[in-house]
Design a protein around this ligand. Structure first.
Ligand SMILES: CC(=O)[C@@H](O)[C@H](O)COP(=O)(O)O
Ligand SMILES: NCC(=O)COP(=O)(O)O
Length: 247
């Protein structure tokens, strides 16, 4: 079992989405990172997409300069992103699947099917001292691939769990929760640190946060949406409270 303190990584991508809607500098994701740091968030997550629809290249250094929090860079397994990761040396890099036409990251990385392609990325990031994580579905096949690739961390994509909750489908919700829970236990048993994220909200976070092996949750879109109404400080604080209550 991991430490009982579950880390909260705040994904600030969608602060940049709002900024980019008008092409200016406001709201600045760096200010969001500073706020997350001030209210006790444990890390900043940022996804530099190939199409730069939210976070942009220059945001990365500015985020790194602005806070001491670890940066978890979400990146596709491409040579362009590898070069950027090696230049910035974030504490962690989470390899995610990416499709230009998707609205958001629709599913997990096919670590099993792309084993040969991913090997070099895991190796080069690791050699640079960057902690590699693979954003995968909670499945034994993908977890086994992560193990064979030597990834120290996996992040389970909780999108299906979140959809089941939104659909009010209790049976599917229970089975998705079990999938995450079983795979978190299996990951920890095999020495991989399990994280989870995608689509988590105040309403659905607690059953996930209660999974004892999980070491970190990465949450973004919902927190940025809530921040519009209550401020980012309060949104992060409330999420933290719910996570703590669940442990
Ligand atoms: C990989 C992932 O889940 C996050 O990056 C999050 O979804 C925010 O980015 P997008 O909405 O661009 O996928
Ligand atoms: N890896 C998941 C993440 O960073 C945040 O996802 P979301 O909360 O924006 O859906």
């Amino acid at each position: 079992m991991q430490d009982s303190k579950l880390r909260l990584g705040v994904n600030i991508d969608h602060v940049a989405t709002i900024r980019n809607a008008r092409g200016g500098d406001h709201p600045d994701p760096v200010r969001a990172a500073e706020i997350v740091s001030a209210v006790g968030g444990d890390g900043i997550t940022a996804h530099l997409r190939e199409d730069r629809r939210h976070i942009r290249d220059d945001d990365l250094k500015r985020i790194q300069d602005a806070t001491d929090l670890p940066l978890n860079l979400e990146m596709a397994a491409t040579d362009e992103m590898l070069a950027i990761a090696l230049a910035h040396r974030p504490q962690a890099a989470c390899i995610v699947p990416e499709k230009r036409e998707e609205r958001t990251t629709e599913g997990g990385l096919d670590a099993a099917g792309q084993h040969n392609h991913l090997q070099r990325y895991v190796h080069e990031l690791t050699e640079a001292g960057i902690r590699v994580s693979l954003f995968i579905e909670p499945s034994e096949r993908q977890l086994d691939a992560a193990l064979r690739l030597g990834a120290p961390v996996v992040e389970f994509h909780t999108g299906e769990y979140a959809h089941a909750q939104l659909d009010g489908d209790r049976e599917r919700l229970a089975s998705e929760l079990k999938r995450v829970s079983d795979m978190a236990a299996l990951a920890a048993k095999n020495g991989i640190e399990p994280h989870a994220g995608h689509g988590l909200t105040y309403e659905n976070v607690q059953p996930i946060a209660a999974i004892p092996q999980l070491a970190e949750l990465n949450i973004g879109h919902y927190l940025v949406g809530e921040a519009v109404f209550v401020g980012l400080e309060n949104a992060v604080r409330r999420m933290r409270e719910l996570m703590d209550e669940a442990r």
